[in-house]
Ligand binder design. Structure first.
Ligand code: BTN
Length: 325
């Protein structure tokens, strides 16, 4: 809790002295220094200026449930009774999967400032330095069975693009199945996990990690990435506003999906499709294949044409080829 208090005081002030922090928190200056070092180890860039004190490299807006909920329509606010906001948790997806059997409501959301075991697709880890992005998940129930949720990850991607557009971020595209990119650089990732019956009541947990202001030195991501601070020339949108718009757009798209499936959203997806017409490489049952991406079918499977045929890819990853061999 001390760590959180130090971080909150730094976030709320331009510069705070060690002595001031110690008085406000009722701890020694040595304890303050230890907390500062711990925050730095977690990726927070804190400058120390002799004679004046500590200063965050860039301002950070803390997440607040009331401010997030204020962004929602009264109807959505009424539906989203379960909005959990944590300081630290293992993974927001894991938390909502655990809660899925306890809370029977149609919707639940979970946000956190720190994820200690964040998960990415294909068993990868997902790490985000404290305060540098948005990490949250939304649980939504469906009655079509898990087998009827084809294309859900693409639908979720569409909602993220709409939310970013609402916040003034343009030129956002989707790389099948659901990387959110700008100029070929990853801005956000989506992890969808399902539970329930194959043909009856089921649920999806949609987890989103969005880069807002990543500290360049600390980040070791194995692909080109970008963040909202770079795209907005140092002035990213408010985190609470973004959180609210993402929830609003997700709920809107998931409601459509629950009734009509992916087909109604396919036109939107096509508009944001970063792969269509490009030479790509996909992994199909362990075999690497190349071809020209042709968009997606009504269930969200990727369509690819090589010299011999048109084939579909239901799951996996695709990457753009830089050269033709
Ligand atoms: C990917 O691109 O590999 C998907 C990354 C998804 C990360 C988010 S962060 C919130 C939610 N909780 C998790 O553990 N993972 C997702």
């Amino acid at each position: 809790m001390q760590l959180r208090s130090v971080f909150q005081l730094l976030a709320a002030n331009t510069t705070v002295s060690g002595a001031d922090l110690a008085v406000r928190l009722g701890i020694t200056r040595t304890a303050v220094w230890k907390q500062i070092e711990q925050l730095r180890a977690m990726g927070v860039v804190i400058h120390a200026q002799a004679g004046s004190g500590y200063r965050l490299e860039h301002p950070i807006e803390f997440l607040e449930s009331d401010r997030i909920l204020a962004e929602l329509s009264p109807v959505d606010r009424g539906r989203l009774k379960n909005l959990h906001l944590h300081w630290q948790i293992d993974s927001t997806n894991s938390e909502l999967l655990r809660r899925a059997n306890q809370e029977k409501s149609d919707l639940a959301a979970c946000f956190t400032e720190i994820q200690t075991s964040g998960r990415g697709r294909h068993g990868r880890t997902w790490q985000m330095p404290l305060g540098s992005g948005l990490t949250f998940s939304l649980l939504k129930r469906f009655d079509v069975g898990m087998s009827g949720l084809g294309g859900l990850s693409l639908a979720a991607g569409v909602s993220v693009v709409r939310a970013l557009n609402d916040c003034g971020v343009g030129n956002v595209k989707l790389k099948w199945p659901n990387d959110v990119i700008v100029d070929s650089c990853k801005l956000a990732g989506i992890l969808i996990e399902l539970g329930g019956d194959a043909l009856g009541p089921c649920y999806a947990v949609i987890g989103i990690g969005l880069n807002i202001h990543l500290p360049r030195k600390q980040v070791t991501i194995d692909q080109s990435w970008t963040d909202l601070a770079t795209l907005a020339r140092g002035m990213p949108p408010s985190r609470n506003q973004l959180a609210g718009r993402l929830l609003t757009r997700l709920i809107e798209v998931l409601d459509i999906f629950a009734v009509q499936g992916f087909s109604t959203l396919a036109e939107d997806y096509a508009h944001f499709d970063a792969l269509r017409g490009q030479l790509i490489q996909v992994s199909v049952q362990g075999v690497e294949r190349r071809g020209i991406a042709q968009g997606v079918d009504a269930h969200g499977a990727l369509l690819v044409r090589d010299s011999a045929q048109l084939f579909t890819v239901d799951s996996g990853e695709a990457k753009l080829c830089r050269s033709v061999k």
